[in-house]
Design a protein around this ligand. Structure first.
Ligand code: AMP
Length: 430
């Protein structure tokens, strides 16, 4: 037994799981094309300052940060948004907006490993930059809903909130942003009593506490009646009312575009990242009690990285958790190639012919595995069956004399002699 193991929180993906992850990634890429998000590739390693600038205390504390051999303070990216904001503030400064960008890859956070939480994980990121209109927020919500549909997930919904509701109240109570961040973090961790105690500690009024308490209990499926209730709760807080109004427009647009899109509005919903300024959301499925992805509006981030003031909205789709959701819901038909062909020489002198035939079939688009261990036909067939071959082609001297081979259907266990010219078509038939 080898003494080498993976490092805590890091994973190997064996073929089945790797295929599942890559399939989810493939679907996210297809979706990027359908929604016209252009891919950019940014480095895994960025300067510590960039990564730490605006991620939020929680993520900062968990960064893989170190000095490289040149003495630079660097980190492994814990999220994509900082890199994208850097791009927009520098190399894409003059690109006409709106800009739609897609990026996909691995991220690193020193999180405590648990179900659905790892130290290396993958995200597909979609950022829509340069519009502050509700239709931009709606597009990101619709895109996320569509991803879940295209992955074949049966029952799923979006939990939606707006950071402007609670921040609007706290602003009016003269509670400064760093203190607001502390409160939002507690809410994100579902520590509501602690959050309220902290608000009191920061000197908020009794009305504020009563309002927040009411808001934290306001959630539900019917957006317009929930938002009516929220609006009533915040009636003396002007910018909170604007936030509710903004959210109302966004959800109305989404609902009209697709009435099947299920939403749960949650007034006290907060997300860990500090840079959100507007609508925030997370998708869920009943089988997993964790958010599959996370997103929202961040209108101040790009100027913080030295760019022009630029509104933006985006989403980070969690590939690992989406893959887990497909596993829980057993939506796996797309994981297996429909056909897989084993090509087996009957004798050693037919190895070259076997390789040639395998290449021909691959060039015709079929996945082909060649027998390379010199085993007997029955042993090779047994092994191919185990690996999921749907067809086997037996290459024998006698048949080859008349340009033929034996084609075996592994499922029905039937076999036929087939002309080489017809082989591809015959494999596609069954
Ligand atoms: P965030 O970047 O924190 O907004 O998270 C967005 C999504 O990334 C989450 O909903 C998860 O799907 C995924 N994610 C974040 N952290 C982890 C982690 N430690 N392990 C696996 N997935 C993660």
């Amino acid at each position: 037994m080898s003494p080498y193991q993976t490092v805590r929180g890091m994973r190997d993906f064996l073929p089945q799981e790797a295929r599942r992850m890559r399939t989810v990634e493939h679907v996210t890429r297809k979706l990027a094309q359908l929604f016209c998000y252009d891919e950019v590739i940014t480095p895994v390693v960025e300067s510590y300052e960039l990564l730490a600038a605006k991620s939020g205390e929680e993520i900062r504390k968990r960064m893989y940060a170190f000095e490289d051999l040149g003495g630079r303070h660097i980190g492994l990216r814990p999220e994509f948004t900082a890199s994208v904001a850097r791009l927009i503030a520098t190399k894409m400064r003059n690109t006409p907006q709106p800009i739609r960008l897609f990026c996909v890859g691995s991220l690193y956070r020193y999180d405590e490993p648990q179900y659905g939480r790892f130290r290396e994980f993958w995200q597909a990121n979609y950022e829509l930059i340069g519009s502050d209109k509700p239709e931009a927020d709606a597009e990101i919500l619709i895109l996320t809903f569509e991803l879940m549909n295209q992955l074949g997930l049966q029952h799923h919904w979006l939990k939606i909130g707006h950071v402007g509701i609670i921040r609007g109240i706290l602003d009016q109570e003269d509670i400064a942003t760093p203190k607001q961040n502390t409160i939002m973090q507690l809410l994100d961790k579902k520590q509501q009593d602690q959050a309220l105690a902290t608000v009191r500690e920061f000197g908020a009024s009794q009305t504020c506490l009563t309002t927040l308490k009411a808001l934290l209990a306001t959630r539900g499926k019917d957006p317009s009646s929930i938002l009516d209730r929220v609006e009533k709760h915040v009636e003396i807080y002007e910018s909170a009312i604007n936030a509710v109004q903004n959210l109302r427009e966004i959800v109305a647009l989404v609902k009209e575009s697709d009435p099947t899109l299920e939403m749960i509005i949650e007034a006290g919903f907060a997300r860990g990242l500090e840079y959100y300024t507007g609508m925030i959301f997370e998708p869920y499925v009943p089988d997993l009690d964790i958010a599959l992805s996370g997103g929202g509006r961040y209108d101040k981030l790009i100027e913080l990285f030295g760019g022009e003031s630029t509104p933006a909205v985006g989403v980070a789709q969690g590939i690992d958790r989406l893959a887990l959701a497909t596993k829980e819901q057993k939506t796996t038909p797309w994981l297996q190639a429909k056909r897989r062909v084993a090509v087996i020489p009957i004798s050693e002198d037919l190895r070259a012919k076997t390789l040639e035939l395998a290449l021909t079939l691959r060039r015709q688009g079929l996945p082909v595995e060649v027998e390379v261990k010199g085993r007997t036909v029955s042993k090779a067939l047994q092994d191919s069956g185990r690996k999921g071959a749907t067809h086997a082609v037996l290459v024998g001297t006698e048949e080859l004399k008349t340009q033929q081979v034996v084609l075996r259907n592994m499922k029905n266990r039937t076999q036929d002699i087939v002309k080489l010219a017809n082989l591809h078509a015959r494999i596609l038939e069954a």
